[in-house]
Design a protein around this ligand. Structure first.
Ligand code: ATP
Ligand code: MG
Length: 492
């Protein structure tokens, strides 16, 4: 596929192939970081197509257990015996029959490898669910999955905090899928998330994990046709994933019935308890049975969550795997620049770094669009995304970026939380964020599942207070960017 962007804006810049113009003859980035000079660089321009994504794309080869004896009535007894023996051995060898994805052999940090040694089979999950888990490429549970899956299966409420990219999604989706009774035509689980893109992503994870189950997953968010959702809800739905406003709307209309919904999972729970969402979330809970189970997950839990927890959770099991706040695999640097030099600095980064895919964060919609235009003019392939775009454009950008159609994505905080694109190895804060939660989530878009990543922060004089505050709150130190960056620290 050509690296030239295929669509006109919105969302899509029309960049040239790889790292072309603008990379050479650059001026030194002034300010404190005088050593960060392209002229002395030993780096080549390493803009190359991103590695194939690790998303799975399987053919189903296995028949659900209930279908194994289909057609038996027409065979004689001997054939029956032979068949049942074959079936038996097939069942015993069910693992050998799995359609597993290629092994991800990249280096992984302790954030995901420091487990207790549990296996998914230890949790007595339905075989069809286990098959989906293994076929998704999960070999064994990550630390947060080890802590939460068995507890969630007991029906207990959970408040869980774990680092970005360590597998929180499956930590609530696996028990949700296990608990759903597929014979019962009712919404039994609702998963709430704060953004539409995250809703699409999470619904996809549920479908992949549950691909051998007969569970109907529906995704519903604002920005799409309400009528289509109403029609869809006339068909069976077991698991509903969506943003709070739309689900509340459908529930109030009496189309979405939640009186048999016994599980509510709140992903990015602290964000869902911000002023923007909390009233809708609370109203939704009132439509659910009194004994519903609530699972709350996030990498960040400010104290504001306490009030909600006291009012709605029943003796929750608290999990906190965040003794250390930042990801072990993500190296964080800053480059001290003046505002007008930021684009030059970015250009230098593009020419020096080995970017597989990058997300570049700006603090406003306007700046996202302006920067995407600049990047395109510099000759790099670039898409952009923000919440003011039409949903259809947002979806296209998200889908195409995920599939590696473009190397760089400029975004507002729309993509700060939960978005999981394994081939993103570099995050650039073109604008430095104002608070530590945002910083943590943005940086966590790289280094997914213990992989290595790089975060570069372009910092101006005005940002100095935010930098100190965030460093103190996260107990971390941003290092000044060196003239050369060893690619082993973010590409291994
Ligand atoms: N047990 C596992 N084995 C291998 N890969 C896994 C496992 N669990 C999750 N993953 C993969 O790890 C990646 C990150 O998972 P996920 O998005 O759930 O992280 P997260 O903790 O929700 O991160 P964030 O806080 O950024 O939302 C995904 O690509 C997922 O497929
Ligand atoms: Mg997540």
């Amino acid at each position: 596929m050509s690296w030239r962007a295929r669509y006109p804006p919105p969302g899509v810049g029309g960049g040239r192939v790889g790292g072309g113009g603008g990379g050479s003859g650059m001026h030194q980035v002034a300010g404190a970081n005088s050593s960060f000079q392209p002229r002395n660089s030993t780096f080549q321009n390493h803009q190359r197509p991103p590695a194939p994504s690790f998303q799975n794309n399987f053919q189903q080869q296995w028949l659900p257990r209930g279908q194994l004896s289909a057609g038996e009535s027409s065979v004689d007894e001997v054939e029956k015996t032979v068949q049942s023996e074959a079936t038996e051995s097939k069942l015993q060898g069910w693992k050998a029959e799995l359609n597993l994805p290629p092994k991800d052999t990249r280096y992984r940090t302790e954030d995901v490898t420091a487990t207790k040694g549990n296996e998914f089979e230890d949790y007595f999950l339905k075989r069809e669910l286990l098959m989906g888990i293994y076929e998704k490429g999960f070999e064994r549970p990550s630390p947060i999955q080890e802590e939460s899956i068995p507890i969630a299966l007991t029906g207990s409420d959970i408040l869980a905090r774990a680092k970005n990219g360590t597998g929180k999604t499956a930590a609530f989706c696996i028990p949700a899928l296990e608990k759903i009774n597929q014979e019962k035509n009712a919404i039994q689980v609702v998963i709430l998330v704060p953004t539409r893109e995250l809703a699409l992503q999470t619904a996809q994870v549920c479908k992949e994990l549950g691909k051998h189950l007969m569970i109907q997953v529906m995704v519903t968010t604002g920005g799409t046709s309400l009528k289509d959702d109403i029609m869809r809800l006339h068909q069976p739905v077991h698991l509903l994933v969506g943003t709070p406003g739309r689900i509340l709307d459908l529930t109030r209309k009496g189309v979405c019935i939640l009186n048999e919904c016994n599980m509510l999972a709140m992903d990015e729970a602290d964000k869902l308890l911000s002023q923007e969402f909390q009233p809708s979330v609370e109203q939704l809970i009132r439509f659910m049975p009194a004994n519903r189970q609530i699972l709350m997950f996030s990498a960040t839990f400010p104290v504001t969550v306490k009030d909600f927890r006291d009012r709605y959770l029943n003796k929750p099991h608290v999990i906190n795997l965040m003794d250390e706040l930042t990801l072990k695999g993500v190296t964080q640097y800053y480059a001290f620049v003046e505002e007008r030099q930021k684009v030059h600095c970015l250009n230098t980064l593009f020419s020096k770094l080995q970017i597989n895919q990058s997300i570049i964060f700006c603090n406003s919609v306007n700046r996202v669009e302006l920067l995407a235009k600049k990047i395109t003019e510099l000759g790099y392939s670039c898409f952009y995304i923000h919440a003011k775009m039409l949903q259809a454009h947002r979806n296209r950008v998200f889908h195409d970026f995920r599939n590696g159609a473009c190397r760089n994505l400029v975004s507002t905080d729309l993509f700060t939380r939960g978005i999981d694109i394994q081939s993103v190895n570099v995050v650039i804060n073109f604008d430095f964020p104002k608070n530590s939660e945002t910083y943590l989530h943005r940086v966590g878009r790289s280094g997914r599942f213990g992989h290595l990543g790089l975060a570069v922060n372009l910092i101006t004089y005005e940002d100095r207070f935010s930098v100190h505050k965030i460093e103190a709150e996260l107990n971390t130190e941003l290092k000044q960017i060196p003239p050369q960056i060893d690619k082993d620290i973010y590409c291994r």
